[in-house]
Design a protein around this ligand. Structure first.
Ligand code: 2AM
Length: 169
């Protein structure tokens, strides 16, 4: 089963507007699928073990703000357009905790707090949209839980099935 751990985020008006505006450039993330990935686990066989090992995480709730945009691997040659998430420290602490409880699965790249809104096949120059949104606040949100998801890849786009949601204290 292909799995990942993420914070599910709601699609408000301003996020939907940003997604809709950039949609013609590539494959946009559907509002119901918006999430901030804490760890991509990939194909795992022992889902039950992972599900249980995440149960003991006793991290506290925290507030985040989504502001400005960025692109991977970089603004001029981007494949992924994302909204930036702040502050990094509580997100990184939670991501580290998830990582330490799933140590048997190596991290495929260092944690970087972001909310993907668009993926493109061929690299694109996102400089203009990034600079236009430098000071745009997309969402302010209290993070009260995180979720272990199964990701089913379909030609029409991924389907994310919730395996378990874990409440923060
Ligand atoms: P993202 O967080 O940048 O959007 C489910 O596939 C989620 O895990 C996606 O949101 C995706 O990217 C993230 N992810 C991280 N590494 C991945 C990888 N190697 N393959 C697929 N998805 C990955």
């Amino acid at each position: 089963m292909r799995c990942f751990v993420a914070i599910s985020l709601p699609a408000n008006e301003i996020l939907v507007k940003a997604i809709t505006e950039n949609k013609p450039m590539g494959r946009s993330v559907e509002g119901k699928n918006l999430h901030l990935t804490l760890k991509f686990l990939g194909e795992i066989h022992s889902v039950e073990k992972i599900r249980k090992s995440l149960e003991g995480i006793g991290s506290k709730r925290f507030s985040i703000i989504l502001k400005g945009m960025g692109a991977f691997p970089n603004a001029q040659h981007g494949r992924v357009l994302f909204v930036k998430a702040y502050p990094e420290s509580p997100l990184k602490e939670l991501a580290d905790e998830v990582d330490s409880r799933t140590r048997e699965i190596p991290l495929d790249h260092p944690f970087s707090p972001h909310l993907t809104i668009l993926r493109v096949k061929d690299k694109r120059d996102f400089s203009e949209v990034i600079s236009k949104n430098e000071n745009t606040v997309f969402l302010e949100q209290e993070v009260t839980s995180f979720t272990l998801y199964e990701s089913v890849l379909k030609p029409t786009g991924p389907i994310y099935n919730e395996i378990q949601t874990y409440q923060l204290m």
